[in-house]
Structure formats: structure tokens, C-alpha cells
Design a protein around this ligand. Sequence first.
Ligand code: NDP
Ligand code: BG6
Length: 513
Amino acid sequence: QDGLSGNSPAKEPVLSKDGSLLFSQSEKMESTISITVVGASGDLAKKKIFPALFALFYEDCLPEHFTVFGYARSKMTDEELRNTISKTLTCRIDKRENCSGKMDHFLQRCFYHSGQYDSEENFSDLDNKLTEKEAGKLPNRLFYLSIPPNIFVDVVRCASLRASSASGWTRVIVEKPFGRDAESSGELTRCLKQYLAEDQIFRIDHYLGKEIVENLSVLRFSNLVFEPLWSRNYIRNVQFIFSEDFGTEGRGGYFDNYGIIRDIMQNHLLQILTLFAMETPVTLDAEDIRNEKVKVLRSMRPVVLDDVTVGQYKGHTKGGKSYPAYTDDPTVPKGSLTPTFAAAALFIDNARWDGVPFLMKAGKALHTKRAEIRVQFRHVPGNLYKRNFGTDLGKATNELVLRLQPDEAIYLKINNKVPGLGMRLDRSDLNLLYKTRYSKEIPDAYERLLLDAMEGEHRLFIRSDELDAAWALFTPLLKELEEKKIAPELYPYGSRGPVGAHYLAAKHNVRWG
Ligand code: NDP
Ligand code: BG6
């Protein structure tokens, strides 16, 4: 593997001939991290990556010695980069004015190098600049590919051949999309692996960095009350819901080539589903967890067209304000059939989940912004209250809701006696609302994931076999939708989405939560 630097620098002390301890050079040296954001002029870099790096710096989570380099084709000086990113650096932990000192310190560690994505020479120049900043320290290098996927391989080739660390580790964070289907994703993996070992690749799915998603395993495996109920014996259905109250504004060009199934379902919602459904891992190590996730994916049936409904938002006027149709976006081809909404029923054919529908619903330009997991439990057998007091009493089933955003919360809907002399039941919530329980700000998903990548922790990143298994579930459906040119059901911007989603749920005896 040309140009590949060792991923794990020698750490073990070695014995000299006379039996005394010798330390490798890397043991004696202080280390430094150089973080290169490739595509630094882009939206994601400005919106998420630089602010996340600053937040880590603010919280003293970055090592003492670090530098941040922006790399892109746009011409910019270091000062111009600093000016640009300073506008989007916010301090979630503290008021902007209180953290301006730290902001200045952070910005002084940020530099910019302009270059082409396929030029080894330009990456050699970057290497020279990185080496200069790293002087005298053990250099570790992290590249964040915040660029369109068609240039991933060029960048990885140039960076690994010309700018990988000579004596420390080199790691690469790869943004989605990882291909469009099983074939293109497999090809991307093969190409990346010409230059990088699997443990150098960090395929990011930022939903795995969300607080409630991180908490899913804690909830399941460290509370006696949940895990025994976590199966077909007690759970009727599980719903994974993603909804945004805005359209593809500004990203129509990217979106039209992918659609909502690739953009949200095949990655974010499916990743959460695997964590929800997996068996207890042997340990919390990355490989043990990812092994269990792969088993879930491999136990699932590929999604079929009969179990899917697709939609696309159309223009709508409300309260004198008009909202555009998806196809009004000038970067979207006229007559595009790309779904901006989809609902699907998925099944896991294993002993734990046999017959339980796992429903997914994802849509843009809907009436709310929310991401939730909803677990609907079975009816209470032989309901005493219904028998003794009336038909509807105590009939409502329990529902556990994990709200990823906004306003992180976990709540359980229960039947409860209304206080008073009579016997009346109502549905109440046992509610853990994060903002009332915890005063500390919740970190952005990118902060956690960047920190993990720096620490070499792969738990929240997608392994290549996981990716293959995920694509295997959706590729036949995506091909069929495209080949048959299935027309999406139109729904008004800002509505609850197409009615087809309700028919699909009803077919599986489910009502959306
Ligand atoms: P951009 O489209 O803003 O691209 C980032 C940079 O890449 C641009 O500033 C530009 O820099 C360069 N670039 C853009 N198009 C091309 C091209 N055709 N050929 C060569 N270079 C190009 O992307 P984002 O910042 O929005 O996203 C980056 C990555 O992250 C993408 O893979 C995206 O899918 C993914 N992503 C983005 C999210 C978001 O919210 N924006 C969310 C989740 C994932 P220059 O011209 O200066 O070289
Ligand atoms: C991205 C999708 O992966 O996730 C976007 O490409 C979507 O279309 C975004 O808007 C949603 O992320 P979040 O964290 O804002 O829910």
C-alpha cells in the first residue's frame, strides 16, 4: 500500500541488549495533531466542522499541540479563512463575548492552503506546510473530506501519497454519501482501500453522534426494566421518524441525484434501527458493537416496493405566504421524480423480532421538524379495567418515545388513574426532558465524532461490511423505483405528507405516532 504510513506508531518500550528499557523515538516526542478540512470553503465546513473544532478547543478536548488547515480550490489567505470561519464560530457553551479570547486563540491555529483535489504536487506543498507547523513533534494527521463524493478517491490518493504522516498516524473522515447503491459503494470502498487500511477510514454518519442515539445502548443495557420487554413478545411495532419543516433549499442539485431514501433512510434511520435492534454486544468495543449491527442488517429482508410509499412536495400558499415546490428549485430538473418523502416497512427475520414491523418515515418540507424513535407496545392481556369499568378504559397501549431532536427527551406513555373518587384512567407521560434534567449544553454530533476520530475510536463510524449490508437492503428497491419511473405522491409544502404513508402503516396494523 503505497504511501501508507503506519496507523499505530510504536508505543511499546523495547529492551536493549543490556536489558535496559529503550523507548522508541515516538515515545519520547510530544505529539501534535494536524487536522486538514478538505473542502474548507464549503457549507458543511463552515456550518459544522470548524464550529465543532472550536467547541472541542473551548472545552480543552483538543491536544495542546494542534493545527487546523483548510484546503480547497478557492483562493484565500489564512486571514481570509479566519474571517470567514469566525462568522460561524459560535460558542454554545458560553456567550460569544465571553469566549472571544479563546476564539482568537483558536483562529490563530487555523491556516489555509489552496490546491486542486487531484494534484499530488499541491498536496506535497500542503505536506511542507504541515511539517513546518509540526516541527519537532510526533505528527498525527487527520483529513476530513468535506467535499462531493466524486473527488473522494482523488483526494485520498494525493493525501496518502504526498501528505500522510511519516511517523505518526494518518486518518481520514469520509462524509456521506458513500455511493448511490451497492455497486458504487463497493467500488468506492475498493478504491479507498488501495490507499488506506480500514482502520484509517472513518465513515461518518452524524446521527450516530447525537446524544439520544448514544444513550440508546445505555437505556437498553443498563436498565433492567427495558431489555426484557425488547422483543416481539411485548413490542408491536417500532417507528423511526425524521421530518424537516423546510425543503431542499440550496441543496437541490445534490439531493436530486440521491433522494430521501439514500439521504436519510439508508444511513441515518437504518443506523439507529440497528442500534435499537441489536443483541447485547460482548463488550462496548467498536468491533463488538459493529459485529452485532451487521448481524441485524444481515437478518433483514430487502425492502420491497409494496412496503414503500414515496412523495414529493408541491408548492403551497398559506397565510398569504407561498412556499415553493421541489421542482421550482432551479438546480432540480423539471419533471424530476426524486422522492422528498418516503415511508417504508422493514422486517428483521430473527428470533427476537420475527413479525414486528419496523416503520420508517422521512420527509422534507413537512409541518414539523423532529426526529424520533417510537416504540409501541402490545395490549395488556385480559385488561381488568376494560372488563370492569367500560370499553375504552385502559385500552391505550404503552408507547416509549425517544426524541432525538428538537428538545431531546425520553418519555413513556402510560395509563394512569385520574385522581379523584371515581375510576377514570388517562394517558400520561413519565417524562425525562433533557433541558430540565441536565443544565449542561448537549454537544453537537460533529464534536463527539471528531473527538472519537482523533482518539482512534471507531464505535460510532460505519465499517465497510456494515455499509455493504445496508446497501443490499435498499439497492433493489431504488433500482425498481428508478426503472419503473414510479411517480411520487405530491403533498403540499408544510403538510403532514402523503396519505399513502397512512395506508402503508394501516396495512401493517400501525398508526403513526
Ligand atoms: P459543497 O457543495 O459546499 O462542497 C464543498 C467544497 O467542495 C466546495 O466549497 C468546493 O470548494 C468544492 N466543490 C464543490 N463542488 C465541487 C466539484 N464538483 N468538484 C470539485 N470540487 C467541488 O458541499 P458541503 O459543504 O455541503 O458538503 C460536503 C460533503 O458533506 C458532501 O459530501 C455532502 O454530501 C456532505 N454532507 C453535507 C451536509 C450539509 O449539511 N451541507 C450534511 C451531510 C453531509 P472549492 O470550489 O473551493 O474547491
Ligand atoms: C444530512 C442530510 O445528512 O442530514 C440532510 O443530507 C439533512 O438532507 C441533515 O437535512 C439533517 O441533519 P440534522 O442533524 O439537522 O437532523
